[in-house]
Write a protein that binds this ligand. Structure first.
Ligand code: TXA
Ligand code: MG
Length: 320
């Protein structure tokens, strides 16, 4: 595995060729880093599962450079899908749609639906376009972390998570720190009204306003396998507590206006909820690298991205 930090268009072209040849390329998106492989190549997809240590019945998101390629993978979707696509793509949104025969069981975990996203990050876009120039039609990319762990928001986090599992032909593209910092909003679009399966930067209010609808938040009727829907996920080694005060030596994460309790190790002091999302995973990782065993987090309040941050924090803290 090699990691490239300062790269040219030639390097992106090489990365696209590596993908087309069945190798894996980890790349930055505006949400988190993804571990990419050719979505049509069974062996490449099998490698993704192996490197992540992810159970094979958990489906992957297919990344494309533009909404126009969606119909290769998805069919018979409701009209509002086009509204969502033109408002929020490229961007931090994944749509669950009825699949075409191109979306094989090995990518959908045997489900009749497929997950599609158009990322906006310039490196992701360039890589996708080069991949498409070589005849590829989609890059499967889960977050580039081991199953159940915290998603990586820097290339260093990818190499420390996955470096030992990647092979010599695989590549990590270093595009710096991800701007959003938490995973895309996942919207199930297989029925008359959309259902939010995983909250993110594209919020319930944004969707409701765009489509002039009211979204039912009860997704318990959905028996879809989605690791992000597990009650425990996105978890560091340290135990996370969302109430109480840190003791001496414990980690502490909170908005900057909240003071650090005496003796606690301040891991992050974001100034607002956007910054909170951006640095949360890095702060959780830093607890592990500092050997901190317990982290107290004061969650942000309010709507918008605070909903998604609270969702991830609840999962990180579950049953530890
Ligand atoms: O921001 C993101 O979404 C990142 C970047 C790399 O794009 N990707 C990401 O992928 O978070 P992953 O695999 O870590 O999480 C994708 C989620 C999983 O919970 C998966 O089960 C769900 O999407 N998913 C994928 N295909 C699905 C499907 N057909 N039906 C329901 N859920 C699906
Ligand atoms: Mg993930």
């Amino acid at each position: 595995m090699s990691k490239i930090s300062k790269f040219s268009t030639t390097d992106i072209k090489n990365a696209a060729s590596l993908l087309k040849d069945g190798n894996l390329v980890a790349f930055p998106t505006e949400t988190v880093y993804g571990l990419g492989g050719d979505a049509e190549n069974k062996d490449a997809v099998a490698k993704i599962y192996q490197v992540k240590g992810r159970p094979v019945d958990h489906p992957l998101i297919i990344h494309i450079s533009a909404a126009e390629y969606m119909t290769k993978w998805a069919r018979d979707f409701p009209e509002y899908v086009l509204g969502l696509a033109s408002a929020f793509w490229p961007g931090p949104m994944t749509l669950i749609l009825p699949r075409t025969s191109t979306a094989k069981d090995f990518i959908t975990g045997g489900q009749d639906s497929v997950a599609i996203r158009v990322p906006s990050h310039v490196i992701a876009q360039a890589l996708l376009k080069e991949f498409e120039n070589r005849g590829g039609i989609g890059i499967a990319a889960p977050s580039a972390n081991r199953f159940g762990a915290v998603s990586p928001t820097t290339a260093n986090a990818v190499s420390s998570e996955l470096g030992q599992y990647l092979s010599s032909n695989d590549l990590i593209l270093d595009g710096g720190q991800c701007i959003i910092g938490i995973e895309s909003t996942i919207i199930d679009c297989r029925q008359a009204l959309p259902i939010i399966l995983r909250p993110g930067k594209v919020t319930q209010e944004m969707i409701e306003e765009l489509l002039n609808i009211k979204i039912n938040l009860d997704n318990s009727v959905n028996k879809i396998k989605a690791p992000g829907l597990y009650e425990s996920h996105y978890a560091p080694k340290a135990r996370i507590f969302l109430t109480g005060l840190p003791r001496v030596g414990d980690g502490y994460i909170a908005l900057s206006h909240l003071p650090t309790p005496e003796g606690a190790v301040r891991l992050a002091s974001p100034n607002n909820n956007e910054e909170y999302a951006q640095i949360l995973y890095m702060a959780l990782r830093s607890a592990d690298s500092k050997g901190i065993e317990k982290v107290v987090v004061t969650p942000p309040i309010g709507k918008g991205v605070a909903i998604a941050i609270n969702d991830r924090l609840k999962k990180a803290a579950f049953l530890q």
